[in-house]
Structure formats: structure tokens, C-alpha cells
Design a binder for this molecule. Structure first.
Ligand SMILES: [Zn+2]
Length: 80
């Protein structure tokens, strides 16, 4: 069985014309948030420098580390 990914390809085309429709997918810290485009499912993240960047596996790993670090430092409050 091969799962078709045509929605994503079509979404990418739409996004290249209309721009991405980002929704917050994960809150890393109050300053860093991961976003996912609800049309093409691409992911971006705010980086430590405050700009939006494509969520690469490397950045994902960094964010995971940051999230763990942040949670540990603020262990009294849960970051939802
Ligand atoms: Zn998109």
C-alpha cells in the first residue's frame, strides 16, 4: 500500500501562491514556538535569534533540548 501525499504537493503549490497558513504546533519556551502550515504541513520554528526558520531535524533536536531545559528550570509550572 502506498499512501498518496498529493494533498501536501497541492498544498505546497497553494502555499507558494498564497503563502503558508501557520498554526502553533508546539510551544518550546515563551520565545520559541514551532509552527506547522495547515495547508502543506511544512514546519517552521522561531529560533533563538527571534526569526522564523525552517524546522530542520537539527533545529527540532535543539528545540527538544531547549524544551527539556526550560521545563526543568520551571519545574513548578507545566508548559502546555
Ligand atoms: Zn504551507
Amino acid at each position: 500500500m502506498k499512501s498518496s501525499n498529493s494533498t501536501s504537493a497541492f498544498g505546497k503549490m497553494l502555499c507558494s501562491v498564497f503563502g503558508h497558513r501557520y498554526r502553533t504546533s508546539k510551544k518550546i519556551t515563551p520565545h520559541i514556538t514551532e509552527y506547522r502550515c495547515k495547508v502543506c504541513n511544512c514546519e517552521t520554528t522561531t529560533t533563538v535569534s527571534g526569526k522564523l526558520d525552517v524546522l530542520t531535524p537539527e533545529l527540532k533536536e535543539i528545540n527538544q533540548t531547549l524544551a527539556d531545559f526550560y521545563r526543568r528550570r520551571h519545574s513548578l509550572q507545566t508548559v502546555a
